[in-house]
Design a protein around this ligand. Structure first.
Ligand SMILES: [Zn+2]
Length: 393
């Protein structure tokens, strides 16, 4: 066995769940020991320490669209580096509905980056395919381009999976689409997480999908028509079925306070996850842009408006905003809100090595200040390595 010098470091902060001042010893990228300290911090400036955030839906960032026709490996790295600054230490690059050749090309580029870049590999357990196998009905399809929405097909999925180098770990689809149940069964048996989303499924179809192994509801409450039947709509059964964990876009814009409260009360803090669903305009200066063939306006307050159809065109707030919003809207604790953006997400993908502060886990850590609900990320660590630091001014 090779004998190598152990790489160790010490990180100090206030434990996000217990409120105690702790010293975390990191050896070779893993949390080796957590000590509780008395008194004031000497090195950490009393920042709060928590597990890094895990985002299962990032479509792009800082001007880079993962689904874009011209995405390059350099672009993907640029977006990825910017994402880390927001306290995200694990994420799923997400591709939305597009033509097959465009999707396979994007998947090849992402796969290439995954093969080449060690840090990317550490942070990206795989990719999320949102579409093209979703509802083609207006409202439910959201902003996914109608012309590229297709019927679920195991053959086509296999083609996409091959282009990705076998790294698609989640598919969001509509269970009511013809052929969906076969694709669900195929993916579930291959260990791929299947979510329902952009769906107008009946309660029976939702139950059948869950019977076949669907466990997630993608951004519940969004990807839904404005006008729905009060009894027969896709929301009730997704809420009622305890097997389904919803992801929600808790940016304060996509869902009302009362919607978030109902989802939170029905599912509970252990069975709900926060997602960002940010698009490539996130992290850009406010202004007028083009997105998916329409004019959009990114406002000073972070709202991304489709000015042609007068509706939201996507999300622009990173995941940490969802942590803030959950505390603000539901009154949940910081620990519960962080869990919804870290531990609960890790569980979905069987990422047993992250999402909690515990000995033996990866030292994927964030240090931050908190003022009421506002969180200011100061440092991000991946496997014990400092990858972002804004404490030096
Ligand atoms: Zn969506």
């Amino acid at each position: 066995m090779e004998n190598h010098e152990k790489n160790s470091s010490v990180i100090e902060g206030i434990h996000y769940a217990t409120g105690e001042l702790v010293t975390i010893e990191v050896i070779d990228g893993l949390i080796d020991k957590i000590f509780i300290k008395d008194g004031m911090s000497s090195v950490g400036g009393n920042l709060i320490i928590a597990p890094g955030l895990i985002d299962n839906q990032i479509n792009g960032y800082a001007g880079i669209d993962f689904s874009g026709p011209a995405i390059s490996a350099e672009d993907a790295i640029k977006a990825f580096t910017a994402i880390l600054k927001n306290g995200v230490t694990t994420f799923l690059p997400t591709l939305i509905t597009a033509g097959l050749s465009s999707m396979t090309r994007s998947l090849r580029v992402l796969s290439e980056v995954w093969e080449q870049d060690e840090l990317f590999r550490e942070c990206v357990p795989g990719f999320h395919l949102e579409g093209p196998f979703i509802s083609s009905v207006d409202g439910f399809r959201g902003c996914h381009p109608l012309e590229f929405i297709r019927k679920p097909s195991v053959d086509e999925f296999r083609e996409l999976q091959a282009a990705s180098g076998n790294k698609i770990i989640q598919v969001t689809l509509a269970p009511e689409a013809e052929g969906a149940m076969d694709l669900i069964k195929y993916c579930v048996s291959a260990g791929i997480v299947v979510a329902m989303g952009h769906t107008n499924a009946t309660s029976t179809q939702i139950r059948e999908a869950a019977d076949n192994g669907v466990r997630l509801s993608t951004h519940l409450g969004n990807g839904c028509a404005n006008m729905i039947h009060r009894h027969n709509n896709p929301l009730w059964q997704q809420l009622a079925d305890a097997r389904l964990t919803p992801s929600i876009i808790a940016d304060g814009l996509h869902l009302l306070t009362e919607e978030i409260n109902v989802f939170y009360k029905v599912k509970g803090p252990d069975n709900l996850i926060i997602t960002s669903d940010i698009v490539y305009l996130a992290g850009m200066e406010p202004g007028k842009y083009s997105y998916l063939g329409t004019d959009v306006l990114l406002t000073d307050s972070g709202m991304l408006m489709d000015t042609v159809h007068n509706c939201l065109a996507g999300a622009s707030f990173p995941l940490v905003k969802g942590v803030e919003t959950m505390m603000d809207f539901t009154g949940c604790s910081l620990a519960q809100a962080i869990n919804m953006a870290s531990r609960n997400v890790a569980r979905i993908y069987n990422l047993d090595d992250r999402g909690v502060l515990a000995e033996g886990k990866r030292a994927d850590l964030i240090l931050f200040e908190m003022d009421r609900y506002r969180i200011n990320i100061r440092k991000t660590y991946i496997n014990g390595r400092l990858v972002f630091d804004c404490t030096e001014r």
